[in-house]
Ligand binder design. Structure first.
Ligand code: CDP
Length: 237
């Protein structure tokens, strides 16, 4: 464990800029970045492609045993690999987005992924984004951020993102917003590790913030915590 490096948990609603922030923090601090949502999406893609019945516990258990997920940085960008295949683009489609939240309610899936996530962060120096990072995966994270933004703004951003990747064909604005709302509902109401703010998390409503403003605010918080860890001197957050 590196003494100066902290663990940063970024949680929040769908498409509210969690990965943009966690990625940027990791880059500036030279930390590892992990997109935990990509892991749930990769499992979902496997379930869809292999017709896994999500009511069948035995089928789920053996499927989980068949799944290997890892990340690789290609041209400076994070890519998700499922059983050796680059699935970065496929896991972002509406097909996967529509099925990921029901899959993420399954405790056996969560147990397996949380274990992997905790291993990835065991040395500290990590920024991970998701839904249960500050409440379950890294309960002791030194910095916990909880992001939120209006549904209009989040839908607009997700649409722009999909448009820029040529992924909006055959999909309308309403479907994008519907998917975000539906996922937020399932994620917040599930029994196992529901999406909620950790008691000690700092809320950032970024509806009217640029990515740079959100980064500079969060980086300030991170630097104060790192300094305190190194010197024992507490500066007001
Ligand atoms: O990027 P976006 O906000 O659209 O979602 P994501 O972070 O890729 O997560 C996709 C889905 O995975 C979420 O809607 C949750 O159902 C699930 N998830 C989860 O349950 N726990 C996490 N730590 C991360 C994602």
């Amino acid at each position: 464990m590196n003494k100066s490096k902290i663990t940063i948990a970024v949680d929040g609603y769908a498409a509210c800029g969690k990965s943009t922030l966690a990625k940027a923090l990791a880059k500036v601090l030279n930390y590892v970045y992990v997109d935990s949502g990509a892991m749930y999406r990769a499992v979902t893609l496997y379930f869809l492609d292999n017709n896994i019945d999500i009511q069948d516990a035995q089928m789920i258990d053996s499927a989980i045993g068949e799944i290997d997920i890892h990340f690789e940085i290609i041209d400076g960008k994070n890519h998700t690999f499922l059983n050796g295949k680059n699935v970065e683009k496929e896991i972002r489609t509406l097909r996967v987005s529509d099925f990921v939240s029901p899959v993420a309610t399954i405790s056996a899936v969560r147990r397996a992924l949380v274990k992997l996530q905790q291993e990835m962060g065991s040395k500290g120096g990590i920024a991970m984004d998701g839904r249960d990072i500050g409440t379950v995966v890294f309960k002791d994270a030194e910095l916990k951020l909880f992001l939120t933004a209006s549904i209009e703004e989040r839908s607009r951003r997700r649409m722009l993102e999909w448009e820029s990747k040529g992924m909006m064909e055959g999909i309308n604005k309403e479907e994008v917003a519907e998917n975000l709302k539906k996922r937020d509902h399932i994620d917040s109401t599930r029994k196992d590790s529901p999406l909620c703010k950790a008691e000690d998390a700092i809320v950032i409503d970024n509806s009217n913030l640029t990515p740079e403003e959100q980064l500079s605010y969060s980086l300030d918080l991170a630097k104060k915590i790192i300094e305190k860890k190194l010197t024992g001197v507490v500066k007001e957050l």
